[in-house]
Design a protein around this ligand. Structure first.
Ligand code: ADP
Length: 478
């Protein structure tokens, strides 16, 4: 079985969030454990091209009048998954972010950039038989690849199974309808059951409309997105397509997120010996000039409304008064950045805030922290709670989406691995922090909880099996 897996970011080539981690770790788990042949395809961003060795090139022509588009077969020194890059220098050879320009504003032509990527993927998928064994399944991820399915629909390609994974419904790729012709999208797709969305075109809606299966990254999120609270305006449309919707929980790459061998942390450790984890905490606290002997709350997050950090900020005084230190790594919303910096200035010995993207530092935080806090308004799956738990760090989370599916409250479940709360408000966060402090102060139960949490399986093992079964079932029904 050959699967073409299309994503706009793939770790370690380029990453802005959890999608990149999954776009590498899921295919790896499927190749290693389930004998599924997967090829990855992503845009040839400038920074990606600089990291790879190009071994072959196939021209698919000048599809948009912005120059020839090539598919580059590539090799990356850190992984051996077959990798293809859609090379269109006009669209991807730019300084700045992969979605945002240097001023942190969406590239004004993101509709065209991801139409170019998507159309190239569709062409490559259809014509793959010309250069080798053809692909059997196309697997698209999030709005940046939604138009792949629109082009396949337009080309009247039937009988080739397609999957569209929703990693986050908030980002929908909604663009001006007036550009549809320029994007090479047929007006036939512009209707309420297609990619039309309140007078715009929506790549997310195209993905949902034209795939055979919609998969979200947790079971709970699959249920939530057909409700007005979580549906981001698409709940009605998703409910209509409920028959092809399912949830498969994300896992983590246990080779990379492995405290026993992780080279990015100072002291390796296992669930048998938390003294080594404590040394990571001492090391980090000293490096960041934080006061000693206080429980450490670590947060690694995008700063966006989704993550609930605006509410967290209003609880910081109480959290410090409960005796905690806080280490925060993240970037995004400038209001949140500024407020956190203010608090770090106010509590210099207790709070450290780093506004940057630093993969190694994120490992060090999970290795050092006692707790992590994830008060998300919604969370499709969430990876940071999984990374935290694999490093013996107890998650305190809002009971929603993938957080709900992976963190069980110690008061509710005999196999509990964290602390959960329902509504997002200051009172609930402070109460959860109070409970965390009570656990922390009881060394015996704290150690037991840590080792119980750390020893649970957060790897891809179970979920990759569900993915392999899904692929197989789709081939049978071809
Ligand atoms: P989302 O995809 O919504 O941002 P996830 O929890 O699914 O949230 O995934 C976030 C990923 O990005 C995790 O791998 C997390 O460790 C990483 N991450 C987020 N912010 C930073 C940062 N500033 N530095 C390093 N890694 C980060």
């Amino acid at each position: 079985m050959r699967v073409l897996f299309a994503a706009s970011e793939i770790f370690p080539l380029v990453k802005t969030g959890g999608l990149a981690d999954v776009a590498y770790s899921l295919p790896k788990a499927l190749i290693d454990g389930f004998d599924v042949q997967i090829s990855l395809i992503m845009p040839a961003y400038k920074e990606v091209k600089e990291q790879v060795e190009i071994t072959d090139s196939y021209s698919i022509g000048d599809l948009f009048g912005v120059g020839n588009i090539n598919i580059l077969k590539s090799k990356h020194p850190l992984f051996d998954i077959e990798l293809y890059l859609v090379d269109c220098p006009y669209a991807f050879n730019r300084d700045g972010g992969i979605y945002l320009d240097k001023n942190n504003i969406d590239w004004l032509d993101n509709d065209l950039r991801f139409a170019i990527f998507s159309k190239a993927v569709a062409h490559f998928f259809i014509s793959s038989g010309l250069i080798g064994k053809p692909f059997d399944i196309i697997h698209c991820n999030d709005w940046q690849t939604g138009a792949v399915l629109a082009y396949l629909k337009q080309y009247k390609i039937h009988g080739l199974p397609s999957i569209f994974t929703i990693h986050n419904l908030q980002y929908q790729g909604n663009f001006n309808f007036a550009n549809m012709e320029k994007l090479g999208l047929s007006a036939e797709l512009y209707h309420i059951n297609g990619m039309e969305y309140y007078g715009n075109i929506s790549y997310m809606k195209a993905g949902i409309a034209y795939c055979d299966k919609i998969v979200t990254v947790s079971q709970s999120y699959a249920e939530e997105i057909s409700t007005p609270e979580f549906g981001m305006g698409l709940d009605g449309f998703i409910s209509y397509h409920k028959g092809k919707l399912l949830g498969i929980l994300n896992g983590i790459d246990s080779d990379i997120w492995q405290p026993k061998t992780d080279e990015l942390i100072e002291y390796n450790f296992t669930a048998d010996d938390f003294k080594q984890k404590e040394r990571n905490k001492e090391y980090l606290s000293e490096k960041l000039s934080l006061a000693k002997d206080r429980p450490l709350l670590g947060i690694v997050s995008r700063f966006s409304e989704q993550k609930g950090l605006d509410v967290f900020i209003r609880t910081i005084d109480d959290i410090i008064n409960h005796g905690f230190n806080i280490v925060i790594l993240g970037s995004g919303d400038s209001y949140i950045e500024a407020k956190l910096k203010e608090k770090a200035k106010q509590y210099q010995n207790y709070i450290s805030v780093s506004n940057e993207y630093d993969e190694a530092f994120s490992h060090q935080i999970f290795a050092a922290a006692d707790f992590t806090l994830i008060p998300s308004r919604f969370e499709p799956c969430g990876l940071t709670q999984l990374y935290a738990m694999a490093y013996g760090t107890i998650p305190i989370v809002r009971n929603t989406g993938g957080l709900k599916d992976t963190v069980k409250d110690i008061y509710v479940s005999s196999n509990g691995n964290g602390i959960t709360f329902e509504e997002l408000n200051e009172k609930n966060i402070i109460e959860a922090i109070r409970r965390a402090k009570v656990i922390f102060d009881n060394k015996h139960s704290y150690t037991k909880l840590r080792s119980n949490t750390m020893l649970q399986d957060y790897s891809w093992h179970n979920s990759a099996k569900s993915w392999a079964n899904l692929y197989k079932s789709m081939l049978r029904h071809k």
